[in-house]
Design a protein around this ligand. Structure first.
Ligand SMILES: Cc1cc2nc3c(=O)[nH]c(=O)nc-3n(C[C@H](O)[C@H](O)[C@H](O)COP(=O)(O)OP(=O)(O)OC[C@H]3O[C@@H](n4cnc5c(N)ncnc54)[C@H](O)[C@@H]3O)c2cc1C
Length: 381
């Protein structure tokens, strides 16, 4: 069933009005700086106070019990208003859906409310220096201890880990088992004894990543997600949300495409039909991703599940994001690289630099194409 929530609803109006009244007067400093991280955390608390940080979660955890479709409406309004980046994204969009699917009631009750208020901001600790695309090659270990586990090893490229509070990661708990078995999904405190976090500076200048070194870090049994040895299956559930609708909802792209159309109107050369066509393509791509996502949301609401098709969405949105930003840079010409001059807008260059990472994070597009070929098209391995 195809469903479009349309341009008007009571909820949409509430979100739009609230954002218009409460958005910070000046853009917050980058979330990838200590000051910016704190400012974004404070903003999340404002959202949480009116139950707008996690609208689709049950009220007991800080949400409104809204439908997935209303969550998409929230996202559209949020991006259209150019509201601050979501500092809690790893927890809100990756760990939380995994907790809903695989966590215990105790874990949900303990972990979700502080996540909704950004009292606990989460990082994802999967990649290792020698295990990225081949995630099952991870070497960091979880060794049995009295009442829990001791974690040792190195994790890398962990977004937000430089300033975050906690992390979720995959660890080898049974070195004798076949690669995809013997992995356990564990939650740990980034400030626990034995943890060293080393920030990594990114192309754009901010500290968007960190390496995490673990030396016999104790994690109680209560912080194992799913059963020991079940980590791979649970991690694939998280990955489905990262590639699919929750991390990159269409509102992000429809808002960017609308800004691109505005930019064309302001700065485009009507004789440059090739560039005009690229603007139109980007706009159509964003609308297509929106329609596709509404269909997916309607299917999930009807009891469907998110499987390998999330790889299709991931390839689509990441390539769209690069094309959209490249078009904006071509439209701006030299003005793309300066800020503060009339007609300049540094957001496009920042957005472009981040868009370049889209085909890499959440599993590279080469890997997604293999998933699509083998699991959706049934082509030979
Ligand atoms: C912005 C950003 C944020 C990230 N955030 C996190 C995070 O929060 N937590 C985390 O754990 N990780 C994070 N990552 C890491 C990310 O998941 C990895 O970079 C990614 O999985 C690729 O792994 P790799 O860098 O080790 O590259 P490799 O796996 O070494 O791949 C190198 C190249 O080889 C290609 N390749 C590898 N294997 C195959 C194959 N079988 N078939 C075809 N091509 C192949 C890849 O596509 C890629 O082009 C982030 C990365 C980026 C860029």
């Amino acid at each position: 069933m195809s469903f479009d929530p349309g341009p008007a609803s009571e909820f949409r109006t509430e979100v739009r009005d609230w954002l218009a009244a409460h958005l910070p007067a000046q853009p917050l400093p980058s979330v990838d700086t200590a000051r910016g991280f704190a400012a974004h955390r404070a903003w999340e608390r404002e959202l949480a106070a009116v139950r707008l940080s996690v609208v689709s979660w049950p009220p007991a955890y800080g949400g409104r019990g809204a439908s997935l479709l209303d969550w998409l409406v929230f996202e559209e309004e949020y991006y259209a208003a150019a509201a601050p980046a979501r500092v809690g994204q790893n927890g809100l969009f990756l760990l939380a859906p995994t907790l809903f699917a695989h966590g215990t009631a105790e874990q949900r009750g303990r972990l979700l409310p502080p996540m909704a208020r950004a009292d606990e901001v989460w990082a994802q600790a999967w990649s290792e220096p020698d295990a990225g695309s081949d995630l099952a090659a991870i070497r960091a270990t979880a060794t049995r201890a009295d009442g829990g586990w001791l974690l040792s090893g190195t994790k890398t490229w962990s977004t937000r880990a430089a300033f975050a509070d906690r992390a979720f990661g995959l660890f080898r708990s049974d070195p004798g088992a076949e690669r995809h078995r013997g992995l356990t999904y564990l939650l740990f405190d980034l400030r626990a004894g034995g943890v060293t976090v080393r920030p990594i500076r990114q192309l754009g200048g901010g500290i968007g990543f960190a390496e995490i070194f673990l030396d016999r870090v104790f994690v109680p049994d209560a912080d194992v997600l799913g059963a020991p040895g079940e980590g791979w299956r649970i991690a694939m559930s998280t990955a489905g949300h990262e590639r699919g609708l929750s991390l990159r909802s269409p509102g992000r792209f429809t808002a960017a495409a609308a800004r691109l159309v505005e930019l064309w109107r302001r700065a485009g050369d009507p004789a440059d039909t090739a560039l005009r066509d690229r603007v139109v393509d980007a706009w159509i791509g964003a609308q297509a991703y929106r329609r596709h996502t509404f269909d997916t949301a309607a299917r999930l609401a009807g009891g469907g599940t998110l499987g390998a098709e999330s790889s299709l969405g991931k390839v689509f949105w990441s390539e769209l994001d690069v094309a959209l930003h490249e078009t904006a840079l071509d439209l701006l010409g030299p003005l793309a690289e300066v800020d503060g001059l009339p007609g300049a807008d540094g957001r496009w260059l920042d957005g472009y630099l981040f868009a370049l990472a889209g085909p890499i994070y959440a599993g590279t597009n080469e890997i997604q194409r293999t998933v699509i070929a083998e699991r959706l098209l049934g082509l030979p391995r």
